[in-house]
Design a protein around this ligand. Structure first.
Ligand SMILES: *Cc1c(COP(=O)(O)O)cnc(C)c1O
Length: 396
């Protein structure tokens, strides 16, 4: 017998979502998540992945993963602190520290987990966190978990941040104060104003925390947004994911050795959850090596992004103010945006619509994620389809 209360809760809420058109159905891919994907037997140009450099399907990473399975098996066997730390974990962490230009790094099971782990290892109920209002869900949850007072500041508004840092400091209520921001904001593709944030942090002795999930592998010759601004020495916490540009799965925190030592004894996902598998580790190590030795893939990514952005702009679409490969095509009205995305799909382009409440009302957009793996031909086909659907719907 299952709970009636639960059953009622689920049915009511699922029906409610479906009525409001907010119930998300998931498209399963028939094969890999490359520049083209297959869904229900149809081939589509894929502009929705975070696989920025095409490494998720790279032969070198696949070979490394297969070899690691043969050498180490398929699982780490225990949490890191018991006896689940393999040589590959140490090797990855050393490579990540080099890659990020920091003293040390610690790997986690995901980027999401990093934020569950790192914030609450340092912050508690006697502290305050200044958090950009557009920060990622995992940052919001990580802040909650720490029980520190979360103070939201207006998106990338440095006057508001300074004012709130001043108030929090002068209130005398908090032992420690941290400022947290995404490095690159995923909905608009804008970059955090890190030089100003560092300046304010120095003024008020704030702890600095940058989650660079969308910047690593993309900005700063690969090393990310912090390196892009030459601030590697000035940011306390650099968070990254291994699932986006790096192409595999996992996450990491890079910083000073004392910080990483502390996270290894105090962060709960490290202590109480088994770590990455040998295949993940070996593929990730290979990925970091590729990025450390060459910027070819990044150059291709930026070239493709410029090509797509220019093409969409020339057609008359509003592509917002993105400073990174993330290319929103802003349609406005929610229903029109969803219809536009569906028509693109009918014609062969897979680009997801993003609408309220993920973005403000009236700024519905189709978000395009070009990668290094796209060919000019695919991008030309994409632009032709955008033109056709845009004209058909009187949007251009
Ligand atoms: C994607 C993302 C994450 C989550 O990373 P995963 O490795 O997929 O868990 C965390 N933070 C930010 C800012 C992200 O964009």
């Amino acid at each position: 017998m299952t709970s009636n209360t639960l059953q009622q809760f689920l049915m009511t809420n699922l029906d409610d979502l479906k009525e409001k058109g907010l119930y998300n159905t998931i498209d399963t891919l028939d094969g890999s998540n490359g520049a083209k994907i297959k869904i229900k037997g149809r081939e589509l140009i894929n502009l929705s992945s975070n696989n920025y450099l095409g490494l998720a399907t790279d032969e070198r990473l696949k070979d490394a993963a297969i070899k690691a399975v043969e050498d180490y098996g398929v699982g780490a066997g225990a949490v890191r602190t018991i006896n689940g730390t393999l040589k590959l974990h140490d090797e990855l962490e050393a490579k990540l520290a080099d890659f990020k230009h920091t003293e040390a790094a610690i790997a986690y099971q995901s980027g999401f987990n990093c934020n569950m782990a790192a914030i609450s290892a340092v912050m508690d109920k006697n502290d305050a966190i200044l958090s950009d209002e557009l920060n990622h869900a995992s940052i919001i949850d990580g802040c909650r978990l720490s029980r520190a007072k979360t103070i939201r500041f207006n998106h990338s508004d440095m006057d508001d941040l300074r004012q709130k840092a001043k108030e929090a400091t002068e209130s005398g209520l908090y032992n420690k104060i941290m400022v947290i921001t995404d490095g690159v904001f995923s909905m608009d593709g804008d970059i955090a104003k890190l030089p100003e944030i560092v300046q304010i942090a120095e003024e008020f002795d704030l702890i600095t925390y940058v989650d660079d999930a969308h910047g690593s592998g993309v900005l700063g010759k690969g090393a990310g947004t912090v390196k892009h601004f030459g601030l590697s020495e000035k940011i306390d916490f650099q968070i990254g994911t291994l699932s986006k540009a790096i192409g595999v799965v996992g996450g990491y925190v890079a910083g000073k050795k004392h910080l990483i030592d502390w996270l290894k004894v105090r962060s709960r996902p490290f202590l109480f959850s088994t770590s990455l598998t040998p295949a993940d580790l070996a593929a990730t190590i290979t990925s970091i090596e590729i990025l450390s030795n060459s910027t070819d893939l990044q150059e291709k990514l930026w070239e493709n992004s410029e090509y797509l952005k220019n093409g969409l702009k020339k057609l008359g679409f509003n592509i917002g103010e993105s400073e990174t490969p993330i290319t929103p095509c802003i349609i406005g009205d929610e229903v029109t945006t969803q219809h536009f995305s569906k028509r693109l799909n009918d014609e062969g382009v897979y680009a997801k619509s993003i609408v309220f409440p993920t973005v403000p009302k009236g700024t519905g957009r189709v978000r395009n994620m070009p990668t290094a793996a796209h060919t000019k031909e695919m991008l030309d086909d994409t632009l032709a389809i955008y033109e056709k659907v845009g004209k058909e719907m009187n949007l251009i």
